[in-house]
Design a protein around this ligand. Structure first.
Ligand SMILES: [Zn+2]
Length: 129
């Protein structure tokens, strides 16, 4: 039986989708999950296990994604290649929500328009941050 398709949750979407040297010799594409993995590991300084949990993936998968991202960035800088981003792949952009009734926090897709807490089923949730 096929495993259900799992989304990789990201909380951040780049404003700029291209970075380029003056005379690019080629192009690398960095996907949104690779960007999010670098953001969590390199900018936020999170442990891989914690970052993996945030993205809804295993630590092994997170490690693979962040290694791939680092290799692409190195390739782009060392070999003067253009970096393209924006491919969402299996990513889903999420927002952080909090329930005022039970106090739990959880993630929902940014386009989620429901009002019900998945834990206590009351309708007292709001976006945080
Ligand atoms: Zn609740």
């Amino acid at each position: 039986m096929a495993r259900p398709k799992k989304y990789r949750m990201v909380e951040y979407v780049l404003k700029s989708s291209e970075f380029s040297p003056d005379q690019p010799t080629g192009e690398v594409e960095i996907s949104m999950d690779e960007l999010e993995a670098m953001r969590l590991a390199d900018i936020e300084g999170m442990y891989q296990a914690d970052a993996a949990e945030l993205m809804g993936i295993s630590r092994q998968t997170f490690g693979r994604i962040v290694d791939s991202a680092h290799a692409k960035v190195a390739d782009a800088i060392i070999n003067s290649k253009k970096i393209k981003t924006g491919n969402m792949g299996r990513c889903r952009v999420v927002k952080l929500m909090k329930c005022d009734s039970c106090g739990k926090t959880f993630r929902t897709p940014v386009d989620y328009t429901g009002h019900e807490c998945p834990y206590c089923h009351k309708e007292h949730i709001h976006e945080i941050e």
